[in-house]
Design a protein around this ligand. Structure first.
Ligand code: G
Ligand code: G
Ligand code: MN
Ligand code: NA
Length: 254
């Protein structure tokens, strides 16, 4: 069986699995945020990882419906947390560039969230710098429309794409996530560290929530805390985990 056929079948059966990686909030030491990460468990060939299936889902266009499925599942997950009075700040959902070729994107996104009765504030849509570079105008108008509705938008993988600072600051991003490569580079290089620290200050000064990702040990966590980031994501704090374990984790750390 090819990966394409597995993806089609999973999509049809709505059997995409979501893992969640809790995100640490520096201010109060809580874990009130998480990022959803797609997994395709398949018994015949073992689990298929995003690095393998996301490019295929993008080439075939399947990523569009997969993303709506992910969003629907995230809404249901958030609803379960809220029903237990767990104050999940927001779950970050990844969007691929291809999503922005859909003229009804904004309507579909809002429909899915409304149909689930999930508060808009509990979802944060992440897209990458390369998405922004590829479809600047579409992304900008989507971001403005989401802002009007109260849905938060985050820029992912900052520092790896073709960041045009003028574009980045013209879009109403709530959140900016520094890519792991910048975090790691800052451990080895004083120049990188100073640059990232100053950028963190710049974005915070603009009122953005700043996240560092890929934090794997104590030294890296101390470094990014010293940079002044608001939130930290990384294996040092928590690995991506199944929904049930995430619920348990969050209930113990909110
Ligand atoms: O979870 P993992 O570290 O293997 O994820 C690898 C990559 O796959 C990440 O860059 C992540 O953005 C991407 N990815 C994971 N889940 C999704 C998803 O639901 N949608 C999209 N578009 N990308 C995802
Ligand atoms: O969407 P994005 O590319 O930001 O996806 C986050 C990816 O980073 C996921 O694949 C997740 O598993 C991975 N990740 C999260 N924390 C760490 C970490 O501390 N180290 C490494 N190597 N990868 C991480
Ligand atoms: Mn992401
Ligand atoms: Na990232």
């Amino acid at each position: 069986r090819s990966i394409v056929n597995i993806l089609k079948e999973r999509l049809q059966k709505r059997e995409v699995e979501l893992y969640y990686q809790p995100i640490y909030s520096v201010e109060d030491g809580s874990f009130r945020y998480a990022e959803s990460l797609m997994r395709i468990p398949d018994s015949s060939i073992g689990p298929i990882y995003p690095s393998e299936f996301i490019p295929i889902a993008e080439e075939t266009g399947l990523i569009v419906e997969m993303t709506y499925l992910v969003l629907d599942k995230v809404c249901k997950f958030v609803n379960r947390l809220l029903a237990q009075s767990l104050d999940i700040g927001a779950v970050h959902v990844n969007f691929s560039a291809l999503q922005f070729s859909q003229p009804d994107l904004a309507d579909r996104v809002l429909d899915i969230i409304h149909q689930n009765g999930t508060p808009l504030s509990a979802i944060k849509i992440e897209f990458t710098e390369s998405t922004l570079a590829e479809s600047t105008e579409v992304v900008a108008s989507f971001a403005r429309e989401m802002e009007r509705h109260g849905l938060l938008i985050g820029l992912d993988d900052f520092g790896t794409g073709y960041s045009n600072i003028a574009t980045v600051i013209s879009i109403p991003f709530d959140t900016l996530k520094f890519d792991k490569s910048l975090v790691w580079a800052s451990i080895d290089s004083e120049k990188s560290a100073r640059t990232v620290k100053n950028l963190v200050h710049t974005f915070k000064d603009l009122g953005m929530v700043v996240v560092a990702e890929g934090v794997e040990d104590l030294a890296q966590s101390q470094l990014v805390e010293n940079f002044g980031v608001d939130q930290i994501q990384g294996f040092y704090y928590a690995r991506p985990m199944p929904a049930k374990r995430t619920e348990q984790f969050l209930s113990e750390h909110v």
